[in-house]
Design a protein around this ligand. Structure first.
Ligand code: NAD
Length: 500
């Protein structure tokens, strides 16, 4: 069994009180690892290390090129260890091996992108704020300080990298708390980072639980910024904790994204797209297409084919390349999803397929939920409004495009959305009307490292990726340099200063 300790100030250490917790494989419930169970005392050590690295260490002061070199070296290490990281991600999270392989590849690529973006000089002169000869005005971008990063379990390594890349490229130091469900790949990453020889205290990881390590981290007075990804409910608690000393906050939270099929869509492609949108990673994606909006004119035919194809999704051992859907991450998540399915039935939606645990004996020990489709769902019902985070699709039928847009936007969330149509102009006009941070036209899930990703409404605050994402980890400083130079010619000479 693997044993992992906290990573603080470039060293692997036990929790102060020596407590540990275990991680299990959600496919067979076997224990695969033990982790140090970090608490407030460990957060204290990690934050002090990050603070010291920021205030006194070389990291914020070294050249962009030098920092970038470290990020590229970590990215290369991830690529070199792709096989191991992929397999561990499968064992730890229940992710299929195909999805885990993509995640590790994209993690390395994302970090390499931030190694490049980190070279960008964002400082400069601000023109036009004063008459020439009066003043010169400079804009400097500086790191914020110590960043507390909190991440969920659905894309473990990838979520860690999404924080490390922009935070480090901008010159900050970081304390990361991974999800208690999935810390294996991140602790393996720390071994690679230790090899790279990044300066002391720049990256620290404290494994543990949200109510202990997480709460202590986000309320720590020496933390300057919180970068959080997780549920909206936890995001609200994080924001409250941040208020005590006005920490800067970015929140990447939940979603309930609407996938709108227009009546002229390529039906076969849209069916595949709808399946990918909801059932990829068993629905455990913040941007999943959980509400399928179908025009009444084509709904019966679309639904018939969709259900037939959904029944053919191969559930199985996530380590096998033939498996299309693995188990949910934990018993807790399994119970939550099953609870929502019961709620859907009780609220009168029509269950078309799925709705339970699969009966195959080889899946017995895994936290599997069948791909589930409800039809004739009321958009006001619980399964249309709340984030389920499992393989459960709500179909809502509509008559007009105006109605579809109104239904799509009738949500407290606004993370993503999608439109399927052969008419580019029509699709674009719908895309413009959706209140969501990312909208796909004839596509789903695909993100771009240089394009902003984040949520409208209760899906979050701020954006990840690209230069916008890096600026979320920077302060803007204005330096005003006087060019008048002569005491009597100052604009304020006659205003407030007594003449002697
Ligand atoms: P969660 O909110 O339960 O936990 C997220 C993290 O917060 C975990 O590390 C947890 O330990 C920690 N935490 C819990 N309580 C805390 C507290 N009081 N203070 C500080 N930290 C605390 O979310 P989850 O169940 O792990 O992940 C699923 C959620 O993540 C979904 O809502 C999903 O939409 C969201 N998510 C969003 C994005 C995005 O980019 N918008 C991406 C992935 C996941």
């Amino acid at each position: 069994m693997r044993e992992y300790r906290l990573y603080i100030d470039n060293e692997f250490v036990d929790a102060s009180d020596k407590r540990t917790f275990t991680g299990i494989n959600p496919f067979n419930q076997e224990t695969i690892a033990t982790f140090a169970r970090g608490g407030a005392a460990d957060i204290e050590k990690a934050v002090v290390a990050a603070r010291n690295a920021f205030d006194n260490g070389p990291w914020p002061r070294m050249s962009r090129e030098e920092r970038s070199g470290y990020l590229k070296a970590i990215s290369d290490k991830i690529n070199e260890n792709k096989k191991l990281l992929t397999e561990l991600e499968v064992l730890d999270s229940g992710s299929t091996i195909r999805k885990a392989g993509e995640d590790i590849y994209l993690s390395a690529r994302n970090l390499a992108t931030f190694a490049k973006l980190g070279l960008t000089d964002l400082d400069g002169e601000i023109e036009g704020v004063s008459k020439p000869g009066f003043s010169k005005n400079l804009l400097l971008r500086e790191p914020i300080g110590v960043v507390a990063a909190i991440i969920p379990w659905n894309f473990p390594l990838k979520m860690a990298i999404w924080k490390f890349g922009p935070a480090l490229a901008a010159g900050n130091t970081v304390v990361l708390k991974p999800s208690e469900e999935t810390s294996v790949s991140i602790m393996e990453l720390m071994k690679l980072i230790q090899d790279v020889g990044i300066p002391r205290g720049v990256i620290n990881v404290v494994t543990g639980f949200g109510a202990e390590a997480g709460a202590a981290l986000v309320s720590h007075p020496m933390v300057d910024k919180i970068a959080f990804t997780g549920s909206t409910k936890t995001g609200q608690a994080v924001m409250r904790a941040a208020a005590t000393n006005l920490k800067k906050v970015t929140l990447e939270c939940g979603g309930k994204s609407a996938n709108i099929i227009l009546d002229d869509a390529d039906m076969e492609m849209a069916i595949d797209g709808a399946i990918y949108a909801i059932f990829y990673h068993a629905g455990q994606c913040c941007e999943a297409g959980t509400r399928l909006l179908l025009p009444n004119s084509i709904a019966d035919e679309f639904v018939g084919k969709l259900v037939e194809k959904t029944k053919r999704i191969q559930l199985g051992d996530p380590m096998l390349p033939t498996t299309l859907m693995g188990p949910l991450v934990s018993r807790k998540q399994f119970d939550t999803v099953m609870g929502y399915i019961e709620r859907g039935k009780a609220e009168g939606a029509t269950l078309l397929t799925g709705g339970g645990k699969p009966s195959a004996p080889e899946l017995e020990k895994g936290f599997f939920v069948e791909p589930t489709i409800f039809d004739h769902v009321n958009n006001k019902s619980t399964i249309s409004q709340e984030e389920i985070f499992g393989p459960v699709l709500s179909i809502i039928r509509y008559n007009t495009i105006d109605e579809a847009v109104q239904l799509a936007n009738d949500s407290v969330y606004g993370l993503a959305g999608g439109v399927w149509s052969k008419d580019a102009e029509k699709a674009m006009s719908v895309a413009r009307r959706l209140r969501a941070g990312t909208v796909w036209i004839n596509e789903w899930h695909l993100l771009n490292e240089r394009a902003p990703f984040g949520g409208y409404k209760q899906s979050g605050i701020g954006r990840e990726f690209g230069i916008d994402g890096m600026k979320e980890y920077m302060e803007s400083k204005h330096i005003y340099i006087d060019e008048v130079g002569v005491r009597e010619k100052k604009t304020w000479y006659d205003t407030a200063v007594p003449k002697t």
